[in-house]
Design a protein around this ligand. Structure first.
Ligand SMILES: [Zn+2]
Length: 1002
């Protein structure tokens, strides 16, 4: 989104602030033409292409060719690729190549989208960057060197690390807390070297520029113009451009009569801004949302204005030039200044004004947030499954080109939804539908692909056979052996379950929580890394229930409904539910959780959980409103239920505790539920993670209007109100409660992408999430997770763009809880987070009566990595890369980029060390792996090339700019020494992410 809501304020500032003392040296203004093109927000991608986006590239290319001083930076690759593939003529393509050669058109960032930084997962950020960079490399041999993260709502400390790994020379952000930005401006502290990870060395630092208070849009509302200042092309019109080329809000053209006034306004603004920086270079972004759709009128007015200023340079005291980001950062770098260092702290949450805390979007549209992560997990599994299918040799009739198309469709859908108005939930309903549709289509294709790989037997013959059961193929997408429970929904109450060899399997059947006429079948499975298990599930008659193959039925205990304010009795009746790791106690007088005992340390933590709601104001005349972006509750949260029912489903494999919360005692339907599962599995090596987690599923909604629903967990942990929550599933941030005078509740909200925890000196309670939520600790010992929001308000801006959040859906989300001493939970936390994100994929096929089970042996070649090393991806990329960059450029110049399709023999491998330096005595050690051995099941490794994060650079040839720092670089911990090329033994240091191309013997 754009900052149009605050333009009047910026306008006032432009007029009121006097120019301050400026640094030594001639002032140079770098006018950087750009268009901020949201990949969906109010309008869909196709609507945006039609109304303005295609015209941005068509007219900008023509106008840059017309004037050799002119420059432009291009950002979102989804729009550019749509233009390149579907609109551009051969001549326009030639012109683009020429402009890139001349450095006048510059791709910055280069992702499919400008991803959100608060609620996106690291893996998805890398994916969306890779898809954009792959296209640019394949098409032009271009590798972007600068970021342009001007609109994400707050800045994460993961981003500087990722962008350094991608080969960027500098990083640029804008939206940080207004108080902080003011202070940084005053102190000339908007530029620094960011040391994003405490575990990594200076190799992963990056120079960072924070945009000043004007952010990425050109100042408008200049005194003499009744329009919008420097936006001569006006405002984009939907659904299509006006036929006469006349747009609303076109500024007064520059004429002899007004050119001096225009020049004075521009110069005054540059002089005001130069005071906030340590060098006399001013980055002057020229553009805003949806600009440059008519580039000729833009440049035809700016050309004479710049010329006029330069002709009167002595009088004005500044010089101006069109610039790309490279031009600006080159000049800044050449100044050879010494910069301060910013440590690993992020810039979250983001408040734009005193009562405007942008912490609502951490939860907005929870269903979309959930689907985005499910799609990402499915893609992850599909990638390695397809790679394993191709290597060592394809054993079926699958067409690899079709397979790659299915993967690419989902790669692009998952990339698209990382946009900062997509997964954030800040889009209009029709744009949300577009993202959901793209995700669902992509998932369908990849599910088809996975089914044809995993269920490669011929389909059942005959027509009139009703299914008597299922064959279930279960794929473990992680490169570790895992033990877990998979749940299938079946239509019959009595089934037998056998494995590949016809042996019985530990299983349990019970009434389904989702469908009263169906049953949940729980199966305990142990699966090696990147491998399958195959099960046969057959309907049996009830009277066969004695045979050893039949899954035993769990017993259900029902407890009577209890009122919320029911007081607990003296000598209360506590019902224990226990496994080898925990004992959970529930209070029969209240139907609430009472406490959890960690059996290893024998320490009990009193803990209860309930649902509460914040009430929001919907009338702008009454005060601040909550919306898609903002969280502005009227008061503290109140319990939103009157009565709670409970049942326990007790089985040999697992026990489920189901709590149902009713808004009113007389209601037939509950509004909230928690299903808590404890697995009865011994914590032997493979079962460790399963035993040590308490799995919870929630059902929330539909909510009443203007309610924001939270799950609050209150404990007797003495946490000092300190919360920890993650940046993008990559690293944790410490979040002490801040006693703000204004707006303290929402300003103490943080994003939780994958995990959060609270602790005291004895115990730590970890929450692991499968989708992003807002999280906060409002009192000592408490942690609350926002699960759902339903909001409507009468703010004209929200109504105009249909940006209210009247979300009537029912949200189903999952948290896993870990409790125990710090040492135990530190070891479990990252691995369990990954295990939640990447649960096994179950592919079902109906069985007909006649079919006999096919007995298959175990997969003989699992892929297994050390426990601290995560297989971040194993895939066959869809883009053409080159081992020889010079040759690649020569091929492009000759107009034939070599192969006509992606190279199926190149396998992308990315490894991620999950632990911070020093946090665990064993798991924080460097992890060494011989790829020849680890990947032996795929074939004989003949070459290992180490690449930059997005695959475009050979790391041996990647040289990033060095920026001098004040105190010397924070050294961090040692990172990997350079490998000799071809060496298959790789050592990965704490928190490192390393990317390789693997070549196998053909
Ligand atoms: Zn935006």
């Amino acid at each position: 989104m754009g900052p149009l809501r605050w333009l009047p304020l910026f306008g006032q500032l432009l007029l009121l602030w006097p120019p301050a003392a400026r640094p030594a040296g001639p002032i140079r203004a770098f006018v950087v033409p750009h268009s901020h093109m949201d990949v969906g927000w109010v309008y869909t991608v196709q609507e945006s292409m039609r109304a303005y986006a295609a015209n941005v590239y068509t007219t900008v290319v023509a106008e840059l060719i017309r004037g050799e001083r002119r420059r432009f930076i291009a950002v979102e690759q989804e729009f550019f690729r749509l233009w390149w593939d579907g609109v551009a003529s051969e001549q326009q393509k030639q012109q683009v190549c020429q402009l890139l050669d001349e450095g006048r058109l510059e791709f910055v960032l280069g992702g499919q989208v400008m991803h959100d930084e608060a609620v996106t997962h690291l893996d998805d950020q890398i994916l969306q960057l890779t898809e954009g960079h792959g296209f640019l490399y394949e098409t032009f041999g271009i590798r972007p060197r600068f970021s342009w993260h001007v609109d994400p709502f707050g800045a994460s400390a993961t981003t500087p690390t990722l962008f350094a790994l991608a080969g960027f020379n500098a990083h640029l952000i804008s939206r940080i807390d207004y108080n902080l930005k003011d202070a940084m401006q005053e102190a000339q502290g908007l530029q620094f070297v960011w040391h994003g990870s405490p575990s990594l060395s200076e190799q992963q630092e990056i120079f960072t520029h924070v945009m000043d208070q004007y952010s990425y849009c050109t100042p408008s509302h200049i005194p003499f113009s009744n329009r919008s200042g420097f936006y001569w092309n006006g405002v984009a019109v939907f659904p299509e451009p006006p036929p006469d080329g006349v747009y609303p809000n076109m500024s007064e053209p520059v004429t002899v009569a007004n050119i001096h006034l225009y020049a004075e306004a521009l110069v005054a603004n540059v002089k005001q801004r130069v005071a906030w920086f340590r060098t006399p270079h001013v980055l002057w972004p020229w553009g805003c949302d949806k600009q440059f759709f008519n580039a000729s009128v833009q440049f035809d007015n700016m050309d004479p204005l710049l010329e006029y200023i330069n002709n009167h340079s002595a009088q004005f005291g500044i010089s101006v030039q069109y610039a790309t980001l490279n031009d600006y950062f080159q000049a800044l770098h050449a100044s050879n200044m010494t910069w301060g260092i910013h440590d690993h702290h992020d810039f979250l949450p983001y408040s734009s004004e005193p009562r405007q805390a942008w912490t609502g979007f951490y939860t907005s549209r929870s269903t979309l947030k959930g689907l985005a992560r499910q799609a990402s997990a499915l893609l992850y599994a599909g990638e390695s499954m397809f790679t394993r299918y191709m290597w060592p040799d394809p054993h079926g009739t699958l067409d690899p080109t079709w397979a790659l198309q299915q993967l690419q469709q989902l790669r692009w859908a998952v990339s698209e939804v990382q946009h900062h108005d997509a997964i954030t939930g800040t889009e209009s309903p029709k744009v949300e539908s577009m993202y959901m549709e793209h995700l669902r289509m992509g998932m369908l294709g990849v599910r088809k692909l996975m089914a044809s790989i995993a269920l490669d037997r011929p389909p059942v013959s005959g027509t009139d056979t009703s299914p008597v059961g299922y064959s279930a193929s279960v794929y473990n997408p992680l490169a570790w052996k895992i033990t877990t429970i998979i749940t299938l929904t079946v239509a019959f109450p009595s089934v037998s379950v056998t494995d590949e060899l016809g042996h019985p399997v530990s299983a349990q059947i019970q009434n389904s929580t989702k469908d009263p006429s169906a049953y949940d079948l729980l199966i305990l499975t142990t699966i090696p890394g990147l491998s399958y298990r195959h099960y046969q599930v057959r309907r049996t008659l009830e009277d066969q229930a004695s045979t050893r193959l039949v899954a035993p039925r769990a017993n259900t205990l029902k407890f009577s409904l209890k009122l919320r304010n029911q007081t607990s009795q003296e000598g209360k009746l506590l019902v224990p539910v226990t496994n080898d790791c925990y004992t959970l106690l529930f209070d029969q007088d209240t139907n609430m959780l009472h406490s959890i005992r960690d059996r290893q340390s024998n320490h009990t933590v009193h803990m209860t959980q309930e649902f509460l709601e914040y009430q929001a104001n919907g009338d702008v005349k009454q005060g601040p409103i909550s919306d898609n972006y903002l969280f502005a509750p009227n008061d503290t949260a109140e319990p939103s239920w009157e009565a709670v029912g409970m049942e326990m489903v007790v089985g040999a494999l697992a026990t489920d505790i189901r709590q149902y919360f009713y808004r009113n005692i007389t209601d037939q339907d509950y509004i909230y539920s928690i299903n808590t599962r404890l697995a009865h599995v011994h914590p032997s090596l493979a079962g460790e993670l399963l035993c040590q987690r308490i799995e919870q599923q929630y059902r929330v909604g539909p909510l009443d209007l203007n309610r924001e629903a939270i799950l609050r967990t209150s404990s007797d942990l003495n946490t000092q109100q300190v919360l920890y929550s993650d940046n993008n599933g990559y690293q944790m941030q410490r979040r002490p409660y801040k006693a703000f005078k204004s707006n303290p509740i929402p300003r103490n909200y943080y994003p939780m992408v994958q995990s959060a925890f609270i602790e005291d000196d004895k115990s730590r309670l970890v929450l692991l999430a499968e989708r992003a939520h807002g999280v906060s600790s409002q009192e000592n010992g408490q942690v609350e997770v926002m699960l759902h929001r339903r909001l409507w308000n009468n703010l004209a801006w929200d109504l105009k763009y249909n940006l209210t959040l009247n979300d009537t859906s029912v949200v189903h989300s999952v948290l896993w809880l870990l409790l125990g001493p710090k040492s135990t939970t530190t070891a479990l936390h990252p691995r369990s987070g990954v295990a939640l994100q990447h649960r096994p994929v179950v592919l079902l096929k109906e069985l007909a009566g006649e079919e006999t089970p096919v007995h298959r042996p175990h997969d003989p070649w699992p892929v297994t990595l050390p426990p601290n090393l995560h297989l971040q991806i194993l895939s066959i990329p869809g883009w053409k890369y080159s081992r020889n960059h010079t040759q690649h450029l020569k091929n492009l110049q000759r107009g034939h980029p070599g192969m006509s399709q992606a190279n199926l023999h190149r396998v992308l491998l990315r490894l991620h060390h999950l632990y911070e330096a020093g946090e665990d005595p064993v798991l924080s050690r460097p992890a060494t792996v011989d790829l020849k051995v680890a990947l032996g099941g795929l074939g004989s490794v003949v070459a290992v090339e180490e690449r930059s994060l997005t695959g475009t650079w050979d790391v041996q040839t990647l040289k990033r700019w060095h920026w001098r720092t004040k105190d010397g670089h924070l050294k961090g911990y040692p990172t990997s020494p350079r490998r000799s090329p071809g060496d298959s033994i790789v050592t990965v240091y704490p928190k490192e992410i390393r990317t390789f191309f693997i070549h196998f013997q053909q």
